[in-house]
Structures are given as C-alpha cells and as structure tokens.
Design a protein around this ligand. Structure first.
Ligand SMILES: Cc1cn([C@H]2C[C@H](O)[C@@H](COP(=O)(O)O)O2)c(=O)[nH]c1=O
Ligand SMILES: [Mg+2]
Length: 217
C-alpha cells in the first residue's frame, strides 16, 4: 500500500499538527505483555486486561508479586516491542488522518531508557504495521512537552503535566485497558478508540480556527 503524505513544507501553517503516541494507542502494550507473561509463567496468576489500573504494567505486577517476578525484563527483552499487537482500528485511523490534506501527522513515542531493542523495534513495528513511509514521521522523545503540535493522542492520563515545558498541544486521552475509568481533566478530551468521531470533529474545528486567522489578517 502506498501512502503519500501531502507536502508539509508548502502548507505547514495551515495544517493541523496531530501527534500520535504508540504504546497504548497504535500498539497494544498491555496485551503484548500479558501474552508474554503467560507464556513465561503459565502457573502464576496474572492481571486480566480489564483489571489493569496503572499506566506502567510492571507497577501493578510489583504490587501483586513483589520482587519475586521481574516484569521489567519482559518489556526489555528482544522482540517485545516488535511483536506488539495492533490496537483495533489503528491502521484505518492512521490512514484516515494521513489522507487528510489539512493534517500534518506524526508518531510521537517515548523509548525505554534501556533503548537497545526498543528503538529499532519501534521503527520496525511502524514499518511492518503502518508502512515504511510512516517511519519518516516518528519523533522519539522522553519529554513530549517539547514537541509542538495542536493535538497529542496519548493514553497516559497525566502526560500534559509531565515534561519540562507547558505542553502546547491539546491532549486527546485515548482509552485503553489501564485508563478506561479515568475521567478526563485539565482540558483533555477522551477518545473511546480509533472509531470515535470526536477525533475528526476536533480536527475540523481546529482547521476552521486556523483558517479564520487568515480571514482577519
Ligand atoms: C505501558 C508501559 C510503557 N512502558 C514504556 C514503553 C515506552 O517506552 C514508554 C511509554 O511510551 P509512551 O510513548 O508514553 O506510550 O514506557 C513501560 O515500560 N511499561 C509500561 O507498562
Ligand atoms: Mg502510551
């Protein structure tokens, strides 16, 4: 499949810049973790996806098992990121954003500090699941507040409160297993998933706003 991104240089200031997180938005980190955990520890109890309640899976496993289970090593092992399953609707959702000539689309994701497997595998995951062209749109940063954009679609509830700067993007809180009961705050809008029509509605409103600046200047 061929994806052609409209020329971003020519119309940059008229486009809505949308940043899309990976873990919990494009790829199902929790489901990938659970699958691997059950393979490695078939006799141990586990946390079903609908009982996940912390952003970081290892925190909840630490509460359950203490130091007797090393959940972190699963996340850091080779091929963990590469094999993460896609979130339902992610490909279609990304293609619908990439196909809009009024949207400038980027993938904005935080690598593990132990980057050896994670960074390359994130690129490979994007290439394998979304297409090679999307790898040109990857922004890797552990501080998303320094990235400029109109919207950040991200599953981490307090992402706009983290980082070194006041975030300039509006946070669209993407619903996934661990945040399903979180009530949006700090001006967030919660998206129920990739099929939530609110996503394109808020982008349409931003397009109108951007064009209205032109009309008065
Ligand atoms: C859910 C979860 C994530 N991580 C790691 C994986 C990534 O490197 C970041 C999350 O990145 P995002 O861009 O904010 O989605 O954190 C983890 O170590 N443990 C987890 O449970
Ligand atoms: Mg995430």
């Amino acid at each position: 499949m061929m994806v052609i991104f409209p020329d971003s240089a020519k119309m940059f200031d008229k486009k809505v810049c949308v940043l899309v997180d990976m873990d919990g938005v494009l790829c199902d980190f929790d489901a990938g973790f659970l699958q691997r955990f059950r393979q490695m520890h078939p006799d141990l109890p586990f946390i079903p996806l609908d009982e996940r309640n912390s952003v970081y899976v290892e925190e909840q496993y630490m509460e359950m098992f203490g130091a007797s289970v090393d959940a972190r090593s699963i996340v850091e092992e080779k091929d963990f990121f590469l094999n993460l399953p896609k979130i339902e609707g992610a490909l279609k959702g990304m293609l619908s954003l990439a196909g809009r000539d009024d949207v400038n689309l980027f993938i904005c994701t935080s690598p593990l500090r132990k980057f050896e497997n994670c960074v390359l595998e994130k690129y490979r995951w994007v290439s394998n699941n979304l297409g090679k062209k999307f790898t040109e749109k990857i922004i890797l940063t552990r501080d998303k507040s320094v990235v400029n954009g109109h919207f950040l679609i991200d599953d981490k509830p307090d992402i706009s409160q983290q980082g070194s700067q006041v975030a300039r993007w509006k946070h669209l809180l993407f619903t996934t297993h661990h945040n399903r009961h979180v009530i949006p705050e700090n001006g967030q809008i919660k998206l129920s998933g990739w099929n939530d029509p609110v996503l394109h509605t808020v982008i349409d409103e931003k397009v109108k706003e951007i064009n209205s600046y032109d009309a008065v200047s």
